[in-house]
Design a protein around this ligand. Sequence first.
Ligand code: ADP
Ligand code: ADP
Length: 226
Amino acid sequence: VYALEIKDLKKTYKDGVEAVKGISLTVEKGDFFALLGPNGAGKSTIIGVISSLVQKSSGKVSVFEHDIDKELELAKLCIGLVPQEFNFNQFEKVLQIVVNQAGYYGVKKDVALQRAEKYLTQLDLWQKRDSPARALSGGMKRRLMIARALMHEPQLLILDEPTAGVDIELRRSMWAFLTELNEQGVTIILTTHYLEEAEMLCRNIGIIDKGILVECTSMKSLLSRL
Ligand code: ADP
Ligand code: ADP
């Protein structure tokens, strides 16, 4: 089973920028996959299309065999998205933010509270549950984004530059958390422009440059050639 299947995906923005110029790739269930490329390569656009925040120009995208043109709601249920920018309400409390998110997905209140305690504890935010989000440090806000994305227990977690601007200590603990999550069976796709991050975490890698997939290979095979 493929967690993600992309066929000949193209995206041209209204202003004429061709951000994605015909990319095909597959990510298997259970994989830990990196989309690596420099700024402006098209990584966020691809993630935007997969999570239906960006309208594609052409091509096919399926998430766990749900074509996003035909079964968008089912596809969305499979995905937990961690965008780059903090998009929670800064005045809401941490616990409220994650519990509300579960509510959008129809998760019952008692289950939502159990999950909130589990994920906020794992991400070292449980003591902060009654703090408004704006009172958190940048690293805590990043972890809150991850906890929120996990509340409906998606099969596929997609993270856009999850450790951008995060110090090395926190980066390591986030890496450990993501590795553990993947070991429990969650498929993970992240974008990064650090080869080191992809190397630490990922089994397979797609290298993107100027809207084109330059290479798609196993991390092992790539490293053996460097
Ligand atoms: P990356 O995530 O790899 O940095 P992006 O997908 O953000 O790349 O951007 C790819 C290209 O698309 C860049 O040239 C960027 O300026 C352009 N782009 C991104 N978002 C928009 C948008 N909303 N409107 C127009 N152009 C955009
Ligand atoms: P709306 O229907 O008003 O566009 P959504 O239900 O799509 O709102 O999103 C509500 C909140 O959940 C937003 O903050 C959004 O960023 C976030 N979100 C949307 N889709 C996902 C997802 N698949 N995983 C995690 N968070 C998501």
